[in-house]
Design a protein around this ligand. Sequence first.
Ligand code: FPP
Length: 229
Amino acid sequence: MDGNGRWAARRFLPRVAGHKVGVDALRACVRHCGDIGVKVLTVFAFSSENWNRPADEVSGLMELLALALSREVPQLKAEGVRIHFIGDRTGLAPKVLNGLAAAEAVTAGNERLILNICFNYGGRWDIAQAAARLAAQGCAITEQSLSGAMALAHVPDPDLVIRTGGEQRVSNFLLWQSAYSEFYFSDKLWPEFDAAALGEAIDAFAQRERRFGKTSEQVLQDGAARKAA
Ligand code: FPP
């Protein structure tokens, strides 16, 4: 969800004002995903590296998270959204921690749309914590065991990864899980990324040929065999 800061700067507003509008864009995106049948949405809200931002922006984001949870969770619950927070919880303030646990508990019975909110998250952190956990249990480290120990083990790997804000890099997001994801980069700033923009991303995704290491001919044959079955 990149571009909140620039959205605010262009309007001579503080950066946190951009994040506030970012919450509005996220609310609309979650609702639209539910409506069109997306089953899992994973968003990057705060990275392990975002602690290096100016102190007022970091505290503003923490307050915004607590406020957004208290305001949005009842409606998300009513819409069938199940929330999971993904990331390192050590070092988070008790108020924030309580908010995360409450949001997860209140929505635990839902299954229309899984919303994973990556908060104090980094892809490298996830790989390291999974490997450390397996090592502590004396388990062999294999692709399968690592996948099962990752913080996102409860959902399939993402089909589509969207980055807004015009940057074309991964920035430590879903490093393990995006091995075969399709990437889509949008020049729109996150507060401007609306249902139409999401639709364009999904249309572009639908045009891609996903080969998973196979040849194009094999993919076509597999498709024909599936249709015939
Ligand atoms: C990156 O844009 C965005 C973030 C670091 C925060 C994203 C958070 C939200 C959209 C709010 C929802 C999150 C919560 C608290 C639930 P940027 O600030 O790097 O933008 P820039 O590249 O234009 O400076």
